[in-house]
Design a protein around this ligand. Structure first.
Ligand SMILES: Nc1ncnc2c1ncn2[C@@H]1O[C@H](COP(=O)(O)OP(=O)(O)OP(=O)(O)O)[C@@H](O)[C@H]1O
Ligand SMILES: [Mg+2]
Length: 452
């Protein structure tokens, strides 16, 4: 299966962490803006009070403005950061007292002061300006009072608030990120549990998944279960098919063969006898091929879902010796077995039998009369079955290829066979996590070892 790009877990975690980061930044910005507003408001209140008390101190006498600057109007502006305070009092456009260039007035007279932030005396100041029209004769006097204060204390307060907001934001983010990791892990846990429970199953375990799953996963599990049911059905079908097919192909071939043999005995003409012999050989080849093909199919099929049992390799091999001894005797061969005691393994006995039968069959087929075919079963270093004979051995330059499908050696020209025996043995060994080793003995003869 293709490792399909993004993992769900990573996607979920990143989305949650990304969301938390956006929220943390938003929190920081909102708190900062809000704090800035409040701090500015409180500075403006004091400036307003100061400017109003200065305005209240102004009196018009005989058309002239008299101003006794009240100390309180400035002392209320004292701050921890020792902010500097400036003022300017204008009558119309004329500066009566204070700093030139501070006020941007005069404005149209109104009850409320105006506020502005501007550069003054080499820094930023907040200026409150109030313009009043004072009654006097012959005409009213326009008085503009401005009070300004630097913003050091305000900036300090803002900095403190910003740092606190940033710390809160970061803590919130860390908590949210931790929760995101936890949430994504716990959300995806059921998925992992299903995968683990399916992975733990034996190869032939095609039961449906019955554990309760989250609603979102149930369509997946339902289709998985349906697939399992179909699979198990078709596996059963193909198993019966293999057995049935073997039977159907071999039986008529055997009949044809016996007819051909009977006919061979009745025919005298040399060319007819020759033709019949070729026919019998072809029938033998077909029958062997059919049998081996079906065995190979069976091995492939069972190899995919091993039916492992506790078996003793020695007793499996002894059975085969018992069964093949008559064949060996007919060929004038001695079939012997030895072992260092029972060799218990976890294996599919039908497959092991098939593999050993093919190795012994080869040893009998390819060795010369009056020799010995020997099976040795050993538990050390690992479980293994060695089949040796005293024949000509494997063709040296082909030894690597012989266990490939349909590969036959040059020494097999006169022998009936399909080139599948060693493939079967190798597949069985590999299905059990082992291997098949082929070599020639120094004393002559072939040696095939099945390791488990
Ligand atoms: N014991 C042996 N001694 C010498 N050559 C062997 C031996 N066993 C196998 N071979 C060689 O290896 C080849 C492959 O063996 P394999 O069993 O796969 O096929 P086969 O015996 O020709 O056909 P079948 O599928 O009917 O067994 C044989 O054709 C033969 O050349
Ligand atoms: Mg063979």
């Amino acid at each position: 299966m293709r490792g399909s790009g993004w993992s769900l877990r990573r996607r979920l975690t990143l989305t949650l962490i990304g969301g938390a980061a956006v929220l943390a930044i938003l929190f920081y910005l909102v708190v900062r803006t809000y704090a800035q507003g409040i701090a500015q408001q409180s500075q403006d209140r004091i400036l307003e009070a100061s400017v109003t008390s200065l305005m209240d101190a102004a009196v018009v006498r005989g058309g002239q403005i008299e101003l006794d600057l009240p100390y309180a109007a400035f002392s209320m502006l004292d701050t921890a950061a020792d902010d500097r305070v400036f003022y300017a009092i204008h009558q119309g456009d004329v500066l009566l007292s204070g700093y030139e260039g501070l006020s941007s007035g005069p404005f149209a007279p109104m009850g409320e002061p105006r506020f502005a932030t501007r550069g003054f005396a080499g820094g930023d100041v907040r200026v409150a300006t109030l313009t009043h029209s004072l009654p006097a004769s012959p005409r009213p006097v326009l008085l503009t009072v401005s009070v300004a204060q630097t913003r050091d204390s305000l900036s300090g307060t803002l900095l403190t608030i910003s740092i606190n907001a940033a710390v809160f934001g970061a803590v919130f983010f860390l908590l949210a990120a931790g929760m995101a990791l936890w949430t994504s892990a716990s959300t995806l846990r059921p998925l992992g549990q299903i995968a683990a429970s399916v992975a733990r199953r034996g190869p032939s375990d095609l039961r449906p998944v019955t554990r309760s799953v989250p609603t979102e996963l149930s369509p997946l599990v339902t289709s998985f279960n349906a697939l399992m049911t179909r699979l198990s059905h078709s596996l059963t079908q193909s198993e019966t098919f293999i057995a049935e097919a073997a039977h159907r192909v071999r039986t008529p071939l055997a009949t044809v063969r016996s007819h051909a043999e009977v006919t061979l005995m009745r025919v005298d003409k040399d060319e007819n006898r020759q033709a019949l012999r070729s026919m019998i050989r072809a029938i033998d080849e077909s029958s062997r091929a059919a049998g081996q093909l079906l065995d190979h199919a069976m091995v492939t099929f069972r190899g995919d879902q091993l039916d492992k049992q506790d078996v003793d390799l020695v007793s499996i091999c002894s059975d085969i010796v018992d069964r093949l001894t008559p064949v060996a005797e007919m060929m004038d061969l001695d079939l012997t077995i030895s072992s260092d005691g029972p060799v218990p393994v976890q294996a599919d006995p039908i497959l092991v039998q098939n593999a050993v039968r093919n190795l012994v069959d080869n040893a009998l087929k390819y060795s010369s009369a009056e020799s010995v075919v020997h099976i040795h079963v050993s538990a050390q270093p690992g479980p293994s079955i060695t089949v040796t004979d005293q024949g000509i051995g494997f063709p040296k330059d082909q030894i690597e290829l012989l266990s490939q499908r349909f590969q036959r050696g040059d020494n097999a020209r006169d022998t009936v066979g399909s080139g599948l025996g060693l493939t079967i043995a190798k597949d069985v060994a590999e299905a059990h996590g082992g291997r098949l080793e082929l070599k020639n003995l120094e004393a002559g003869g072939a040696c095939a070892v099945l390791y488990f």
